[in-house]
Design a protein around this ligand. Structure first.
Ligand SMILES: *[C@@H]1O[C@H](CO)[C@@H](O)[C@H](O)[C@H]1NC(C)=O
Ligand SMILES: *[C@@H]1O[C@H](CO)[C@@H](O)[C@H](O)[C@H]1NC(C)=O
Ligand SMILES: *[C@@H]1O[C@H](CO)[C@@H](O)[C@H](O)[C@H]1NC(C)=O
Ligand SMILES: *[C@@H]1O[C@H](CO)[C@@H](O)[C@H](O)[C@H]1NC(C)=O
Ligand SMILES: *[C@@H]1O[C@H](CO)[C@@H](O)[C@H](O)[C@H]1NC(C)=O
Ligand SMILES: *[C@@H]1O[C@H](CO)[C@@H](O)[C@H](O)[C@H]1NC(C)=O
Ligand SMILES: *[C@@H]1O[C@H](CO)[C@@H](O)[C@H](O)[C@H]1NC(C)=O
Ligand SMILES: *[C@@H]1O[C@H](CO)[C@@H](O)[C@H](O)[C@H]1NC(C)=O
Ligand SMILES: *[C@@H]1O[C@H](CO)[C@@H](O)[C@H](O)[C@H]1NC(C)=O
Ligand SMILES: *[C@@H]1O[C@H](CO)[C@@H](O)[C@H](O)[C@H]1NC(C)=O
Ligand SMILES: *[C@@H]1O[C@H](CO)[C@@H](O)[C@H](O)[C@H]1NC(C)=O
Ligand SMILES: *[C@@H]1O[C@H](CO)[C@@H](O)[C@H](O)[C@H]1NC(C)=O
Length: 426
């Protein structure tokens, strides 16, 4: 009977092809049917992205589809980025067995990420960010053993990060941020030795950053902001010299990051963005930070750092933003002089610390790009240097809650005229 049925189907197909000769008859029915099912699950297509998905065109010519050269008529790429599509993702996508690339970023897909994607063992890129996918991250994704890029950022996914993800040996980028996840960072992720970008911000994760993270020696971007992570930063993380973005802001991390006297080192020499805002860090800001000569933005605000301002700040020619507000830093304002070599500097926030003494005249030699200086709630004494009027782009100068005396320089009046937002509250 099954043989008979197959024969009948075959005859039907051949008959159909010879009589109507639509383009798809030369092609693989499995792929065509899977694409038709994909289209069938789309409820709204405001820009008509799928208008070309009709019988008068071979499906390899449909918008967003690319096919293999070697295996004719096999779909290798599905790219419908930013098409305003509303609908669910058909599980039939798991039948497109030659797919290497799926890009559905920035649409309005809802419902689950189908488990059937796990059948796509050739898949290298799965880019579903900025949609409304719900449910759990399917464990079956771990069967996509060629996956290099997995991006599910900004969806409505729930549940834990499946430990099975740690078996995707070729994974280079993992983005799960801005979802309604829970649980901890699975230890198995530290097995992903090719991992270069990891983005788990705003995931509602708790627990500690696994100490084994030091095995990820290819890391460049580490985004873990806005979670509920606790414990200390594993010291091995500061040995991964490839890291250029380290964002741990808005967690409950504590302990010191200064290893200047210990056996560990702070060797993040390629650091560009260093963001530890709003945690419970203590101890000094490490002096070896000055090895990171490409630093652009450093935000260590709202912690409990003590000791002096970091030295050698002048070694950061690209530095634009320095934020250390709301800490317990104790120093005079001589660090301002070292900042005059930072010709890109726009923003200095040192408010709510224990900085005392008078402002040096060199404050007027800061970058002419300076737009904000926040020094309120310290112990500044004396008067504001009159040459501060050289900083023509200064828009916000916060000086309240200090011990200033003397007249407000007339030049500030000139800045006020030019930048009417100037907030000088003494
Ligand atoms: C179509 O693809 C399926 C699944 O990969 C395969 O089993 C079948 O042999 C292919 N058919 C043709 C005609 O290539
Ligand atoms: C099929 O798609 C082609 C290409 O977009 C278009 O020119 C044609 O009008 C479409 N045919 C139908 C019946 O929609
Ligand atoms: C997202 O898609 C919309 C169309 O739906 C487009 O207007 C917008 O520019 C896209 N956003 C990005 C960041 O690509
Ligand atoms: C395609 O996938 C669906 C859902 O996974 C399955 O039910 C169906 O049998 C598959 N069709 C073909 C022709 O392989
Ligand atoms: C995300 O999707 C919304 C709605 O389509 C769009 O307005 C927004 O620009 C998208 N953002 C990104 C980063 O793609
Ligand atoms: C998911 O993976 C399991 C184990 O590999 C397998 O048994 C199951 O069939 C897969 N589910 C789908 C829908 O492919
Ligand atoms: C996140 O999930 C929890 C339960 O797991 C639910 O109560 C909450 O409403 C969800 N939040 C969002 C923004 O979806
Ligand atoms: C990491 O990989 C090794 C070797 O492949 C394996 O034995 C171990 O169980 C894995 N660890 C985790 C936490 O998945
Ligand atoms: C963060 O974790 C602490 C316990 O470590 C818990 O008390 C608190 O409710 C959590 N906060 C959030 C926002 O999940
Ligand atoms: C970093 O700078 C310190 C001095 O502050 C120096 O002793 C150390 O060798 C430097 N480390 C690296 C990795 O460059
Ligand atoms: C600024 O740079 C010059 C030239 O590289 C150097 O001689 C000087 O010491 C630097 N000043 C500060 C305050 O770092
Ligand atoms: C001041 O800012 C404007 C725009 O923000 C910029 O075009 C201009 O070059 C800046 N001026 C100086 C002296 O840097």
């Amino acid at each position: 009977m099954p043989k008979c049925l197959t024969l009948l189907l075959y005859i039907a197909l051949v008959w159909c092809c010879f009589n109507n000769t639509p383009a798809y008859c030369l092609a693989n029915e499995t792929d065509r049917l899977a694409l038709i099912s994909f289209k069938g699950s789309i409820d709204q297509d405001p820009f008509g992205a799928l208008n070309s998905w009709n019988d008068s065109l071979h499906y390899c010519d449909w918008e967003g589809i690319a096919c293999s050269r070697r295996h004719r008529d096999r779909v290798t790429k599905l790219n419908l980025r930013s098409q305003g599509l509303v609908g669910s993702l058909s599980p039939h996508i798991g039948n497109l067995s030659f797919l290497r690339i799926i890009v559905l970023q920035n649409n309005s897909f809802h419902g689950p990420v189908p488990q059937e994607i796990g059948r796509l063992f050739r898949l290298q890129t799965l880019e579903l960010s900025n949609n409304s996918f719900g449910g759990q991250i399917p464990k079956n994704l771990s069967s996509c053993s060629n996956l290099e890029y997995l991006n599910l950022i900004d969806n409505h996914l729930t549940g834990n990060i499946p430990g099975e993800i740690g078996s995707l040996a070729k994974l280079e980028a993992l983005g799960l941020g801005v979802n309604n996840l829970s649980g901890t960072i699975p230890l198995s992720l530290t097995n992903l030795s090719s991992l270069s970008k990891v983005s788990l911000g705003e995931c509602n994760l708790h627990g500690e950053i696994p100490a084994e993270i030091n095995r990820l020696q290819a890391l460049r971007f580490v985004q873990l902001r806005n979670n509920n992570l606790s414990g200390k930063i594993p010291s091995g993380l500061f040995n991964i010299s490839t890291i250029s973005l380290l964002s741990l802001s808005s967690n409950k991390l504590h302990g010191s990051i200064s290893f200047d006297t210990g056996s560990s080192t702070f060797a993040l020499t390629n650091l560009q963005l260093f963001l530890l805002y709003s945690n419970q860090f203590t101890g000094m800001i490490p002096t070896s930070l000055s090895n990171a000569t490409g630093l652009e933005k450093m935000d260590l605000s709202v912690n409990s750092f003590t000791g002096p301002m970091p030295k050698d700040l002048g070694k950061f020619p690209r530095l634009q933003f320095i934020g250390v507000g709301v800490n317990r830093l104790q120093d005079d304002f001589s660090f301002i002089s070292s900042l005059t070599n930072c010709t890109s500097l726009k923003w200095i926030e040192v408010y709510s610390n224990l900085l005392g003494g008078s402002l040096p005249d060199s404050i007027a030699n800061l970058s002419s790009d300076m737009s904000q200086l926040s020094m309120e709630d310290n112990q500044v004494q004396g008067s504001i240097p009159s040459d501060i009027g050289n900083l023509v782009n200064l828009t916000f100068l916060y000086m309240s809650s200090n011990q200033l005396s003397g007249p407000i320089p007339e030049t500030i009046g000139e800045i006020v005229l030019q930048n009417y937002h100037l907030h000088l509250v003494t």
